[in-house]
Structures are given as C-alpha cells and as structure tokens.
Design a protein around this ligand. Sequence first.
Ligand SMILES: Cc1cc2nc3c(=O)[nH]c(=O)nc-3n(C[C@H](O)[C@H](O)[C@H](O)COP(=O)(O)OP(=O)(O)OC[C@H]3O[C@@H](n4cnc5c(N)ncnc54)[C@H](O)[C@@H]3O)c2cc1C
Length: 529
Amino acid sequence: MTSSEQHFDYVIVGGGATGCVIASRLSENPSIKVLLLEAGDMDIDPAIKETAVTKLFDLWKPELNWGLETEPEPYCNNVRKPLIQGRVLGGGSTLNGRIFIRGHRLDFDNWAHLGNEGWSYKDVLPYFKKMEDFEGGPSEFRGVGGPVRISKLKDPSPTALAWIEGTKELGFGGERDYDYNAEKQDGTSALTQSNTTIDGKRASTALAYIHPALGRPNLTIRTNAEVTKIIIEGDKAVGVEYATNTGRVGSTLKGTPTYAKAFADAEIILSAGPYQSPKILMLSGIGDEDHLKSHGISTLFNLPGVGANLQDHIVGRMAFKFKPSTDLSKQNIPSIISETSFLTYSRPGLEGSASPDVQVFVGGFMFPDVSPEPGFTIVPANVQAQGVGSVKLRSSNPFDNPLVLHNYFKCDRDLETLVSAFKLAKDVVNTKAFDDLRGDELIPGPEGKTDKDLKEYLRNRCFTNWHPACSNKMGYDSMSVVDPRLKVHGLRGLRVADASIMPFIVNCNLHATCIMIGEKAADMILQDN
Ligand SMILES: Cc1cc2nc3c(=O)[nH]c(=O)nc-3n(C[C@H](O)[C@H](O)[C@H](O)COP(=O)(O)OP(=O)(O)OC[C@H]3O[C@@H](n4cnc5c(N)ncnc54)[C@H](O)[C@@H]3O)c2cc1C
C-alpha cells in the first residue's frame, strides 16, 4: 500500500459508544491524524431524531443493526434469543434506551482489586465527570461542560410516580429527583436521567463527540467500511483491511465488497463492540489456537480468552392493563423506555459488600407485541448474572456473524435471582400507590402463578437487556486479553477499548461506563505515545 492518504497515526475500528469518544479526543490535537472506520452508515436515518418510546422500536431495524441472535440457549429450552446491536455511527449509543447510569462504585473497586491498576472508582470518577454536562449542576460527583448532556426526566407518567411511591411504601429510599449517579446508587427509587440534549435530542456519542469534530482536517471518518482483519507484522499490528460496498442489511450482504487497507503509524484501537471485536481478533489470528485451527486460520497469538467470559444482564417482562376506571387522558406516553431507576438486592446480607444484583425498569406504556390496549410495563433484571457465555467464529468468512452463546441461566442462582426480582416488582405493583392504575396482569399472567411456572416463563421468554460485555477481558490471568492499559497481551500497536474489556460486567446499563472507557483509553493512548 503506497497511497499516503491511507496512512494515519491512529486507526479506530468501530464508531460506537466507545470508538466515537476516542476518535474525538485523539483528534483534538491537530497534529494527530486519526481514521475512524465504521461498518454502518452516518447517523442520518430520520428515526434517530425521534425520542418517543413508541418510535424507539423503529430504530432496531436491519438497516441499523447486525441481525445477530444467540445459538439455541441450552438452559432456556433451546430458544434462540435475538440480540440487537447498533451498526451505525454511534453504535449502541445511537439506538439505545438513553438511560444514563454509572456502574456501582464497588464494581470498579473490584476491577482494581483484581490487579487492574487505574480502574478503581476513585480512578474512573474523573472520567465520568469529564464526559458530562449534568443539568443538576457540578458537585464532588457530577460534571458540567462535558460533551454529553445529561437531563432529568421532565414528563414522568403516573406509573413512574406510582413506582416511586410504591417502593417507599415498602421501605426503600428515594425521591423523584434523587441523584443516583452521585453518592449512593442502591436501595433508592428515582426518576431516570438520560443522555438527552436541551432541545430533546438523543445525545449519542456520535452527536456529542463526532458531530462537533466533523470539520477537523486531521479526522477522517469512513462509514460503510467493515474491517475484516488486522494486519500484523511480527509482534506489531500495523494496519487493517476493510471492505466497502457490502450493502449489508442485518446479517445479509446485498453488495459486492471492495477491499482497501489503512495503516497506523502509532496504534490501532479496536472498538467494534463485545461481539465483533473478538471476531475481528480471531479472524486476524489472535485467539484460542484450537478454535482458530478448526476454521483454517493460523494462530499468530494464542490468547484463549478472546471471545470467552461473555456476560450480560437478563430481563423478563411484566405488563398490566390499566384499571378500567383509569383516566386515560392523564396517561402520557413517556419519552424514555424506563422512567425510573431502582437497584436493590435479591437477598439480605449483600448490602455494602456487593453491588446490587436486581434492577427494575418501569414504563407507563405497553409493548405493542403484548397488547394494543393501554397499560404499563415492568421489566425486572438480573444484573449480576454468573452464567458466562462465548463469542466464536461461525466460519473464516469475515462477513458471517459470530456464533454467540450466552448460557443464560446456566447458573441456577441466576434464575432464582430473577424470580426474586419478579416477586419484588409484583409487591410494588400491589402497593396502595398503584391502586388507581393496576388492572389485569397480561404477562406473565397465568404463566407466572407459581415459582415453577415463572421459571419456565423466564426460560422461554427472558431476553438480553442488550448489555453484552467482558468478551476480551482486562487482567493478568490466563483468560485475559488486554492489560490495564488496554493493550492486547503480547502485541505492540493494538488496544481494545469497548464493552468487551470489562473484567466483570457492571451492575446496570453500560453506556455511561463505555463512554468512561473511551475517555480513559484516549488519555492512556496520549500518555503512552
Ligand atoms: C437496543 C439497545 C438498548 C440499550 N439501552 C441502553 C440504555 O438505555 N442505557 C445504557 O446505558 N445502555 C444501553 N445499551 C447498551 C449500550 O448502548 C452498549 O453497552 C454500548 O453501546 C456498547 O458500546 P461499545 O462501544 O462496546 O459498542 P457499540 O456501541 O456497539 O459500538 C461498536 C461499533 O463498532 C461497529 N463495528 C462492529 N464491527 C465492525 C467492523 N468489522 N468494522 C467497522 N465497524 C464495526 C458497529 O457497527 C458499532 O457502531 C443498549 C444497547 C442496545 C443495543
């Protein structure tokens, strides 16, 4: 490759929640040449501008998504579970639920405890503050003036307000304006904070970090550019091969790919997300030797942890019709998929020593596939699931989606935890606070009468909370893939920075943590070069 325009200081693979942050921060220095390669399109689809919950589902279409699903899940009656993953500038940040919540402080302290220097809560707090422009103003815990506007919910539905009152009736803390991203996150009920601009737009990392940088001559952004391989010379990653004109719609290619290469004089940063980053590493000869051999790929670096240790949050849905006497004129459709934040524990004795393992999402709307009638939805989640899955190659064809197995409920305790979360949610819905709203329970309904029924319902109908992580974990044990500077073990010139590097999944929605990883990665890259 001779063309000088194909040489950069840094090549970033994947313009998602994390990659957009890194591209923007590195290119703040005009003398640093940065290339950002994104498999999807620019974030121009009109559906991205819509923020109503009912419009959110329009975003999860094959044109903006990878069309992934799990293999038959062995502990879920062999049901395949759909997996939405953004394929567009901003990645998950462009089509997620906009719920903004930081991981629990104990989760980061645990990362550091495992030997990951620089990742304790005290270490990562400055990056959480740096990223945000919090409408509630600055404090020891909160930042202002950063790229991502964090707004408080302005239009809570009666369901959201009833939830806050109902949890208080049961002895939990919280107030509608309680700041759960500050001193204490657990045991409290509050209205959701979201990454939403003052004028109501989605503050994705594409909008917050890349749009303001579009005019920088040192930042090149190539969309519809799908990286197929990292080019490695000796022990150094030097460039990437990528394909344009794939015409990808979901998992199907409708075009004839044209190949190109781009070279990085300093480093390549892999930010393709927790399913695609391991796939790209494996296609490049970095992974478990036996697995690569089974697909005819020569192993350059035997790292058995690539694609292993996959973790996620598991959810199930409850839906209730409104009571026939409910005044429907007062039931506004919320602007966010979960209007409240509520994190707690599935059993006594965990408080103080571990982060909450239960999160409950609450919305004053009905999912269209459940019923055309108005009502409300409660989604309990197990946010510390212990079952671990994997990402593997389906074939050596770079355009095949990877084989994903989450092993949901491999660990019995995970199912027990979700059952406890359902029972707790039902207790809240049965408080006085819900007396004017609560109508018939549509789901699980008769399918959830006993614990045994509920378990079967969850095996069949549980699904991802769209929080895959940990598939290239950071650490020093034999299954870790990157070190605490996010450098791939054994190689020079290659880092991974996205949700895949978490050693253990944080206990709530991942977006804020991914932005933090991007901010910290950019700082470390600049310090190290
Ligand atoms: C439907 C949905 C709802 C969610 N809701 C919330 C929420 O409300 N709150 C919250 O905190 N979190 C939420 N999340 C989770 C959060 O958005 C993700 O955890 C986060 O986006 C992960 O960031 P990432 O950088 O690891 O990967 P991504 O954001 O997925 O970015 C990866 C990017 O890499 C690109 N890419 C992949 N392969 C290639 C390749 N070969 N070549 C070039 N580019 C490639 C992808 O197209 C994508 O743009 C949600 C996620 C989804 C999918």
